[in-house]
Design a protein around this ligand. Structure first.
Ligand code: SF4
Length: 241
């Protein structure tokens, strides 16, 4: 449980997107944003969701659930994202509530809370797992010491669970280079992972002067870089949207 959470504190939602076709591949989903994240990634484009408090105008979970009940047959799934949705101690219950309505459940996470992730795994149909960097270098991205340890533990559990997932990494030349990405790809390959999505940094919402002052060069990562990565992870692809 987070230090600022009490067992009777209701879920802290940061927003709800009623309809999305791109947050759970191949599925139409409603997306529930959870407020709160223990990390401070330089490239974060949702910094307003880092603080652990409910938005003043966001709906309650009870209201959201009542609305979801009206979407049965119209949507396939509910996607939980953030912030870091694992910061929410009600998350497993929220997943059970959504599943009871007949929806599939997807989660976008960086794996910051392995114990809660373990509780969620049996309830999940798909996970988008954000890998920040080689685990030993996480602090360079998250600005939080030892954050890679939690991520490593969560990814290990995810691989062993058999739940379908995607590993993706937001990249910026100030944070990543060919060597660090090869190191990361090698770590994922050892885990038996073949698919790897690189997401070049987008400036929207980001407040980091360090990143904004160094634009991503057009065409980066280049073809030679991708060829090297694909030697380790043949399914490596670049997603630009
Ligand atoms: S883990 Fe996600 S929400 Fe948290 S700071 Fe990093 S990018 Fe932002």
């Amino acid at each position: 449980m987070n230090a600022d959470d009490h067992p009777r504190t209701p879920p802290k939602l940061g927003g709800v997107v009623p309809f999305s076709s791109c947050d759970y591949p191949g599925h139409l989903a409603s997306v529930v944003f959870i407020s709160g994240c223990p990390w401070r990634c330089h490239y974060c484009h949702n910094p307003h969701l880092q603080a652990r408090h409910k938005g003043p105008t966001t709906p309650s979970w009870d209201d959201t659930l009542a609305w979801l009940a009206t979407r049965k047959g119209l949507l396939d799934a509910v996607v939980f994202c953030g912030g870091e949705p694992l910061a929410e101690h009600w998350l497993p219950q929220m997943m059970q509530d959504s599943r009871a309505l007949g929806f599939k459940i997807a989660l976008h996470t960086g794996g910051a809370y392995p114990a809660r992730f373990k509780q969620c795994l049996p309830l999940l149909d798909w996970v988008g797992f954000d890998v920040k960097a080689p685990f030993a270098d996480y602090e360079q991205v998250t600005q939080i010491r030892n954050s890679g340890q939690a991520a490593r533990a969560s990814l290990q559990m995810l691989v062993e669970s058999g739940v379908p997932f995607e590993c993706r990494t937001t990249i910026h030349p100030a944070l990543h280079n060919l060597d660090s990405l090869l190191q990361l790809a090698g770590t994922l390959a050892v885990q038996g992972i073949q698919d790897f999505v690189l997401q070049p940094f987008r400036a929207s919402g980001c407040s980091s002067a360090m990143l904004l002052q160094q634009p991503v060069p057009p065409g980066w990562p280049d073809t030679a870089m991708l060829a090297r990565l694909r030697q380790l992870l043949p399914g490596t692809q670049v997603r630009t949207h």
